[in-house]
Design a binder for this molecule. Sequence first.
Ligand code: GAR
Length: 192
Amino acid sequence: MNIVLLGSGTGSNAKAILEKQTQGLLGKARVTGIITDNPTARILTLGDSYHVPAIHIPSGPFKTKLTPEVEQTYVDHIRAWSADLVVLAGFMRVVKETLLNAFPGKIINLHPSLLPKYPGLHSVQRAFDAGEKECGCTVHYVNAVIDGGDIISQSRVRIEKEDTFTTLMEKVHAAEHTLLPEAIRKLSLEFR
Ligand code: GAR
């Protein structure tokens, strides 16, 4: 099962996926490409380290979404890399019709909250500020509703009294680095 990763920043989740692949722990999944909307994103450097093509596609005039033309460029690359699954690993753009229609039911996203709680931006901060006892992360299918598609798996993180936002963020990231590769591994074993 070929997967293409989309990310906008650090790429720690993309790295976790590539590490599992290197260790033979990603089931039948194999990363065939990485795309970013951010020319300075660290995720781009993973391409050389893991011998995977990694490219930046200029994102156009909008801050939170791509134009249909730019999305079509994504589609062309994703198809060229024969993707069976598209994984949003820290991709900070809302995915619109052109991508959704090209890969129906084949785009998954990682979100740093226990959805349906705290969709959208700054989820960990909002859970922390609200005095929640737990937060976590979710892998879900992507549809036209932001962070609203069917949930594939979740990981819970307890918020302790001594946690700061920084320590909590570290715990959520650690949970993500296990949850997302494991979700991909399981999907790859069901893939035919
Ligand atoms: C992750 O925490 C991921 O859950 C979040 O961005 C971070 C990317 O980190 N994604 C979203 O908020 C999507 N709405 P990374 O670049 O180190 O993988």
